[in-house]
Design a protein around this ligand. Structure first.
Ligand code: SF4
Length: 57
């Protein structure tokens, strides 16, 4: 299951640079993770200053 970005996202873009498979990009109102690309490595989670990246249930 891919990780997701919650509405805590402030669109700083830090996580996008940390994703090894380029699964993170700016969406309509905040950054989003493409679930088809995400390998659930967790690299992005620690880079988010607001803790907006979480494991999907
Ligand atoms: Fe990219 Fe890994 Fe975050 Fe998935 S968990 S979006 S593969 S950095």
């Amino acid at each position: 299951m891919a990780r997701i970005i919650t509405d805590e996202c402030v669109s700083c873009g830090t996580c996008a640079g940390d994703c090894p498979v380029e699964a993170i990009s700016m969406g309509d109102s905040q950054y989003e993770i493409d679930p088809d690309k995400c390998i659930d490595c967790g690299a992005c989670e620690g880079s988010c200053p607001t803790g907006a990246i979480v494991e999907a249930e």
